[in-house]
Write a protein that binds this ligand. Structure first.
Ligand code: KG4
Ligand code: ZN
Length: 333
């Protein structure tokens, strides 16, 4: 089966073409203009998606034997995300589904991040525990089967990606903060400063990152920007370590309690080199198997949407042309 994937939930316009499990194309156009504003400007995001979507679809079919008429289904993100941004991809997908008379498959973006793992690891099987860490979500999910989820832990405030992005803004590093902190932290001392590892009363499996953000804000006010810039590598390394430490402790404690030996990482923050390293090392010690997507499938991309769409289409879970965008869509409703 050939699936066309469309992703436009935030600031990446992405189109992918999937032939069963094989990615034929995965084009991601990142909107760099948001850098200037230190975060995504929703109105600009929608306009950029509108400007680019057709061009990217055209590019997708360049140089290959497959034509638009050959596809078996159109998988598109319908939530969660920015309303205007989602609408661009969804309306485009509806138009295409209608004119080509092909099935439209609405995909949950969070489920897409989890399913991204199957693009690289065909041997991955259910069940497993997934740490989903993106710009909008931080959850530990028990994935019993495709579409069968149980949330075991979650952030009660900021997502892990936000903890990276907000800190980077505070220390004048730029946007998006995750990759910049990751790079800067590579030669830094993880023990340089002791950032808080928040625990929530009576909720041992949940996490909170808002105190961490406040603590780097205080540190920069107290010591001043010059001091931060002089110790940038070490500040980044010790801040990043606090995030990873909390995530790692929760995931492995829950996995041990549940007797699950298969750990899967997903979402933009799963691109973090130190997170991948720490999770790999602990998994080795625990005799657990660890899986994470290749870098291009961690951050937002349409291949993961097409991969999820394939599973839905196999199960005949097709959407109506009236499907609406749902900005606050959750993994389990
Ligand atoms: O999954 P994603 O592309 O979009 C959402 O669905 O939110 O995740 C974006 C988030 C941003 O917060 C970004 O800073 C973070 O993923 N991120 C990283 C890295 N690459 C992207 N965080 C830490 N280290 C990275 N290397
Ligand atoms: Zn995402």
């Amino acid at each position: 089966m050939i699936i066309l994937g469309i992703e436009s939930s935030c600031d990446e316009t992405s189109i992918a073409l999937l032939n069963n499990n094989k990615v034929i194309k995965n084009i991601v156009a990142s909107q760099i203009m948001h850098e200037e504003y230190g975060g995504v400007v929703p109105e600009f995001a929608s306009r950029e998606h509108m400007k680019n979507i057709q061009k990217i679809v055209d590019r997708t079919f360049e140089g290959i034997d497959i034509k638009l008429q050959d596809i078996d289904g159109i998988a598109v993100t319908y939530g969660p995300g920015l309303m205007g941004a989602l609408l661009v991809g969804l309306s485009y997908a509806k138009g295409l589904a209608y004119t080509l008379n092909k099935p439209l498959i609405g995909v949950n973006h969070i489920e897409g991040h989890i399913m991204a793992n199957f693009l690289d690891h065909e041997n991955l099987t259910f069940p497993f525990i997934c740490l989903l860490v993106s710009g909008g979500h931080t959850q530990i999910v028990y994935v019993k089967d495709f579409g069968k989820y149980e949330i075991l832990g979650r952030s009660i405030d900021d997502a892990a990606g936000e903890a990276f992005d907000k800190a980077a803004r505070i220390i004048n590093l730029g946007y998006p903060g995750g990759p910049l902190i990751d790079k800067m932290a590579r030669n830094g001392n993880v023990k340089f400063h002791s950032f808080p590892r928040a625990k929530i009363k009576n909720r041992p499996d949940d996490f909170s990152f808002s105190g961490l953000k406040t603590s780097i804000l205080y540190l920069s006010k107290q010591k001043g920007n010059n001091w931060i810039q002089e110790n940038l590598k070490d500040v980044c390394a010790s801040y990043q370590e606090a995030i990873i430490d909390v995530l790692q402790k929760r995931v492995f404690t829950i996995a041990k309690r549940r007797g699950v030996k298969k750990i899967v990482l997903a979402g933009g923050v799963a691109a973090n080199s130190r997170l991948r390293y720490v999770f790999t090392e602990i998994s080795k010690k625990n005799n657990s198997d660890i899986f994470f997507p290749s870098l291009e499938y961690c951050t937002d991309n349409a291949a993961m949407i097409a991969r999820t769409g394939l599973e839905l289409l196999k199960r005949n879970k097709i959407s109506s042309l009236n499907i609406s965008a749902v900005p606050n869509l959750r993994l389990i409703n």
